[in-house]
Design a binder for this molecule. Structure first.
Ligand code: FAD
Ligand code: FES
Length: 250
């Protein structure tokens, strides 16, 4: 992990309240799918965590939804050429074993962004079946990146695009047909709980990337601690953000 001064290449709106920010760094980093960065925003003391969506050479792209003051400031104040203080790469990321050939990817909301990095990393060697859920058509973005795998189902809650319903529902309708070797997922807690219930007893390992409020992003402040099964605890930033779904309380 390093702290670097990055330069903004592009910061543009790609969907309703969602922006894509690309920056470059002086040196290149090896970034695993599912790893994240902490971005310093204006004078706010705490950096904001964002999943790496795409990493190519010295260029990194994160996609973010405007949630509060920091993301609103980021969207309005950073144009090409501006400097950003960034910590990267952070967290463990996704690991897919050699023998796991069929990979199902189930994402919802801003949880689709780390999964795009997984699709990009594994699309050449694995059969990727992606199920990506959005509120509605206006929230949909990066569809072309999600199409790199063998198949893609876009689901919207209101049916304004693609499958009507959740990504988990769409995935479970196809589950018997695909029989995936492993599932990678990221999304809001209710979605992850639904996925845990739906896949319980199937014997298929499911890895989830968790989102918790973060302070430092490097394992020092304990703001991001989550409960693990068996009464243990883990730091989402350092021990995660990716966990086997049965290891964590959702
Ligand atoms: C590992 C990880 C990866 C993430 N990846 C993405 C992504 O790719 N795209 C995206 O849109 N969002 C992502 N998030 C959520 C994103 O970090 C928050 O939406 C963002 O920090 C909100 O900042 P704010 O200043 O606008 O909100 P405020 O509510 O004003 O923030 C106040 C403080 O709370 C923290 N905070 C608020 N909400 C969250 C949250 N959900 N998770 C963590 N910290 C939070 C902020 O970082 C800040 O320190 C990720 C979170 C984590 C933990
Ligand atoms: S955010 Fe500080 S320990 Fe995880």
């Amino acid at each position: 992990m390093r702290e670097v001064t990055a330069t903004v290449l592009e910061n543009k709106q790609i969907a309703e309240s969602v922006y894509s920010l690309t920056f470059y760094t002086e040196e290149e980093f090896e970034i695993r799918p599912g790893q994240f960065v902490m971005v310093g925003v204006g004078e706010y003391p705490l950096r904001r965590p964002f999943a790496v969506c795409m990493a190519e050479g010295d260029r990194v792209t994160v996609c973010y939804q405007i949630k509060g003051r920091g993301t609103a400031f980021l969207a309005t104040n950073y144009r090409a050429g501006e400097k950003l203080s960034v910590l990267l790469p952070l967290g463990n990321g996704f690991f897919v074993k050699e023998e796991e050939k069929k990979v199902a990817i189930v994402g919802g909301g801003v949880g689709v962004f780390p999964l795009i990095s997984a699709i990009r990393a594994y699309a050449n060697d694995k059969e990727i079946y992606a199920y990506m859920g959005f509120r509605n058509k206006r929230a949909l973005c990066m569809e072309y990146e999600m199409q790199r795998g063998k198949s893609l189902v876009v689901a919207t809650d209101d049916g304004s695009y693609g499958f009507r319903g959740t990504a988990v529902k769409a995935f479970m309708e196809d589950f018997g047909k695909i029989r995936p070797d492993v599932v990678l997922s990221c999304g809001p807690a209710p979605m992850l709980r639904a996925l845990k219930n739906a896949t319980a007893g199937t014997g298929v390992p499911v890895y989830v990337s968790l989102e918790e409020r973060m302070g430092c992003g490097i394992g020092a402040c304990l703001v991001c601690v989550c409960n693990q099964t068996g009464g243990r605890h883990a730091r989402v930033c350092k021990d995660g953000p990716v966990f086997e779904i049965n290891e964590v309380e959702l």
